[in-house]
Design a protein around this ligand. Structure first.
Ligand code: ZN
Length: 531
């Protein structure tokens, strides 16, 4: 059976940019556009030229993407001609391969929000599509509130979509703008639409207000739509847009879709998915969602001993796809319930060759259990477990020793008479025969300590230059008579690899110090720094 082409349209830079707390710079937009292009996305919607200076500049020159770079904007305003509408002119001048117009398709909105007649709205759609076609652009029409509009007045909603199609729009995109439509409704309505407009000209734009944007996108495809619009990590207004990071692997790896459709994403590009997802969070300066489908840290993590031994024998027993196919990896958690099987599986994964009957494995298991009773949680700190295992097996060099550190926190008046808190850390490190002293100021004691520790490691400095701290989490545990602090630190290196380390102590600085040290040493081990 011939496979059909299904197109992916990304709107991270337009709809995703409308997310609360998200503010992309031009450099951000260019980097994200390139990462989408590398993934093999068909259309990259860059923004709204004319609406703000950054987007106008973005579309000021050809950005050389393989994807169709798409400008977004409104159809001509009611009562104006296409030649007398500055907004439309900016859109037509944009250096874009395609133009995506947004237009009302709900009669109620036409009357109340647009304050015009139903006929004038349709004329505006026709005129705008024609003007963009004449400019040689591929044209898309986003039918805003299509599903709510269709429920209220199917004839009018369909007439708006049909007007664009008849005028030569390549795609008519049905938008669930309020995000409240359910999958069975989407399937039914799209099924009606494709009787009037061929499905290979129909797209779906779903929002996640009932946590079903991905399901709604697939419902539309089942009913005949052949373009899916979405964003990386489901970024978008309110609860977000349909998450392409979940949609892409489902299309590539689930037989129902993989057997019927081709998409622009190759198997090799699919392996970059986890990295693209994490890179966006990094850019937004937020921790990646560890529970994210396919790409989350927990997506292929197993805890219980009985599952771990089955996974070691046959991964497919507990995994719905091969984790590496999306750039993720299997993780067997070492925890209180840990059995030998977990530990052996984890040792194998980190590449430590040990005989199954080596008595040091029993010793490692004992240490893990002892430490977990005092508050360590190795399941959440893969890199600290890695180091603990290597240390128990005697393979971690003593790269350096921190002989002393001091942290001074001062609360005082500054020159302007304002109350300020100033923190400074001084660290003494012995690297080989060298004694090094570093000092750093930070916005808090842990930050100052981190900066001072990483400032000068002598001959090892070049291995940790690309190291950065991406997340810091503190939890107070009530372990018996006195509270204990658990610190988890997530780090990242220049290759985008991430790891988590842990420290536990009644003193938050000491707990943080342990986790910071583990992170640095882990990076040195991983980089193959010589002893
Ligand atoms: Zn939207």
């Amino acid at each position: 059976m011939a496979r059909e082409r299904l197109y992916l349209f990304d709107t991270t830079l337009r709809d995703g940019a409308q997310t609360n707390g998200v503010d992309f710079t031009l450099a951000d937009k260019l980097a994200i556009a390139r990462s989408l292009d590398d993934l093999g996305i068909d259309y990259v919607e860059g923004g709204y030229p004319g609406a703000n200076p950054a987007d106008t500049e973005l579309f000021g020159k050809d950005r050389g993407l393989k994807a169709k770079f798409t400008a977004f904007g409104m159809t001509r305003r009611p009562g104006r001609s296409t030649s007398n509408d500055p907004g439309l002119a900016a859109l037509l001048e944009a250096k874009a391969d395609a133009i995506c117009f947004v237009a009302k398709s709900w009669d109620y909105h036409v009357r109340v929000a647009l304050e015009t007649t139903e006929d004038e709205n349709i004329a505006s759609i026709r005129d705008s599509v024609r003007a963009a076609k004449q400019k040689g652009r591929e044209v898309l029409l986003d039918c805003e509130h299509f599903f709510d509009g269709y429920k209220a007045n199917p004839t009018y909603a369909l007439a708006c979509a049909k007007a664009a199609f008849d005028e030569g729009a390549r795609w008519v995109v049905l938008c669930d703008t309020n995000g409240g439509t359910l999958p069975h409704e989407v399937e039914k309505i799209v099924g009606e639409v494709v009787k009037a407009i061929p499905g290979d000209h129909v797209g779906i734009h779903a929002h996640n207000d009932t946590e079903q944007a991905v399901a709604n996108s697939f419902a539309a495809v089942r009913a005949g739509a052949r373009q899916i619009q979405g964003t990386l990590n489901g970024l978008g207004e309110r609860c977000g847009n349909a998450n392409l990071v979940s949609i892409i692997p489902t299309l590539k790896l689930k037989p129902e879709f993989a057997g019927r459709f081709d998409i622009g994403v190759s198997d090799a590009q699919l392996k970059k998915l986890a990295l693209a997802s994490h890179a966006l969070d990094e850019r937004l300066n937020r921790a990646a969602n560890r529970y994210a489908a396919y790409v989350g840290d927990n997506a292929f993590a197993t805890k219980a001993g009985i599952h771990a031994s089955a996974i070691a024998k046959e991964p497919a027993t507990y995994e719905h796809i091969v984790p590496e196919s999306v750039g993720n990896r299997r993780k067997v958690l070492v925890s209180e319930q840990a059995g030998r099987a977990n530990v052996l599986a984890e040792l194998e994964r980190i590449g430590l060759k040990v005989n199954k009957d080596d008595p040091r494995i029993g010793r490692l298991l004992e240490i893990v259990k002892e430490r977990e009773t005092i508050g360590y949680a190795y399941e959440a700190a893969d890199a600290s477990f890695d180091l603990l295992a290597r240390r128990t097996l005697g393979t971690v060099p003593d790269y350096f020793v921190v002989t002393q550190f001091d942290i001074n926190v001062e609360h005082r008046n500054n020159a302007k008479g304002e109350r300020v808190t100033v923190t400074m850390a001084v660290v003494k490190v012995k690297v080989g025969e060298d004694n090094l002293i570093s000092a750093a100021e930070g916005n808090g004691p842990v930050n100052a300590l981190d900066l001072a520790l990483r400032k000068d490691l002598g001959k090892y400095q070049r291995y940790i230059d690309g190291l950065s701290l991406t997340d810091y989490r503190v939890r107070i545990l009530n372990g018996g008579t006195e509270a204990v602090t658990r610190v988890l630190i997530e780090s990242e290196d220049e290759n985008g690899e991430r790891w988590t380390t842990i420290g536990v102590s009644p003193n938050i600085i000491e707990a943080s110090f342990q986790a910071l040290m583990d992170s640095i040493v882990y990076k040195l081990v991983k980089s193959g720094a010589p002893a």
